[in-house]
Design a protein around this ligand. Structure first.
Ligand code: PLP
Length: 321
């Protein structure tokens, strides 16, 4: 329970004090006509102590645009043995996504305080997942809302050890839409993951575990919750972030390790033919970290268990199963 004792909680939420004066989204046709005008809430002079609430007791207002429109952003951060992985890059990406959605700049220090307080209050686990959520807030209220969830990590042993089966799916966009159609918000980590979840269900129907999205003009993009890493010999490549994909924190960390190990790394444009001809493929993400691909579109792909273990250990201090 949420008493003052040092008793640890399981999965929990910490609400974050958020900035006011949200630039309101352009009035939607079905917006309530008499919604109160945006107003400035009084600025808080002090930093309130974050207060963890058990997940089952944490409530978000049904009028929050995160709930009704998925109009907000998030970050998922791994905490391994109590240590945050790439907290700075995740906070920076939260700020970048906020900019793309024209949300007020999030109070990153408040998010960090809440995240640390949440992890301190959670039962110790080898792996935790911390989700930062930042929403445009209640419609018409003019105040963003934010919260941090601390969740027990899923078991990724099978994905990291045995590997995963993936299928390529057409995202239906050209590779250059981040430039031609920035309102599609590609490259922002928005709360609207219904499409990504639908793609994962399609993968399951096809007997696979995950998806590699490709553009309508045949360029490899990303997975619904991961970046793609492709190896040809000693060259390791990942799709460029100007292709309307998320700049991965895991990918950046893994590239640092590969550079240190003396491999060549590059952010590039990869065709689906190059993907199919790869020596090895991995999906990289904050939860699963490094997952080797063992099957692409029904065809076996070689898994380099030794290198996968090295990347997991040297980058994140995680021992391969
Ligand atoms: C669409 C998408 N691409 C890539 C990633 C990988 O990013 P990261 O390694 O920072 O978790 C994610 C992670 O959530 C994602 O949702």
């Amino acid at each position: 329970m949420t008493d003052d004792s040092n008793q640890k909680l399981g999965d929990l939420v910490v609400f974050v004090d958020t900035p006011s004066a949200t630039p309101d989204a352009p009035a939607a046709e079905d917006a309530t006509p008499d919604a109160p005008a945006a107003k400035d809430a009084p600025a808080d002079e002090t930093s309130p102590t974050p207060h963890p609430v058990p997940l089952a007791e944490a409530a978000v207002n049904v009028g929050d645009l995160a709930v009704s429109r998925g109009d907000g952003i998030f970050e998922s951060i791994a905490v391994i043995g109590g240590r945050f992985i790439a907290l700075g890059p995740h906070l920076a990406r939260l700020a970048h996504s906020a900019e793309l959605l024209e949300l007020p700049a999030p109070d990153l220090a408040a998010f960090e305080r809440a995240a640390r307080a949440g992890v301190d209050a959670h039962t110790a686990e080898p792996e935790l997942l911390v989700k930062l959520v930042y929403s445009r807030g209640i419609e018409g209220d003019g105040r963003a809302s934010g919260w941090v969830q601390v969740l027990s990590g899923a078991n990724h042993a099978e994905a990291r050890g045995r590997g995963i089966r993936v299928v390529t799916l057409d995202r239906g966009y050209r590779h250059d839409i981040a430039t031609t159609s920035p309102w599609l918000l590609q490259g922002a980590k928005t709360l609207s993951y219904a499409l990504n979840k639908a793609a994962l269900r399609e993968a399951a129907r096809r007997g696979a575990d995950d998806v590699v999205f490709v553009s309508s003009d045949d360029v490899v993009l990303e997975a619904p919750t991961s970046n793609v890493l492709v190896r040809h010999g000693d060259l390791f490549r990942t799709p460029r972030t100007d292709l309307g994909i998320l700049a991965g924190t895991t990918q950046a960390a893994v590239f640092d390790t590969l550079d240190r190990l003396g491999f060549e790394t590059a952010e590039t444009v990869l065709s689906t033919a190059e993907l199919a001809a790869a020596d090895n493929i991995w999906l990289l993400s904050s939860g699963r970290l490094v997952a080797p691909v063992r099957e692409l579109d029904g065809r076996a792909v070689a898994v380099d268990h030794e290198l996968t273990a090295k990347l997991l250990d040297e980058t994140f201090g995680v021992l391969a199963p």
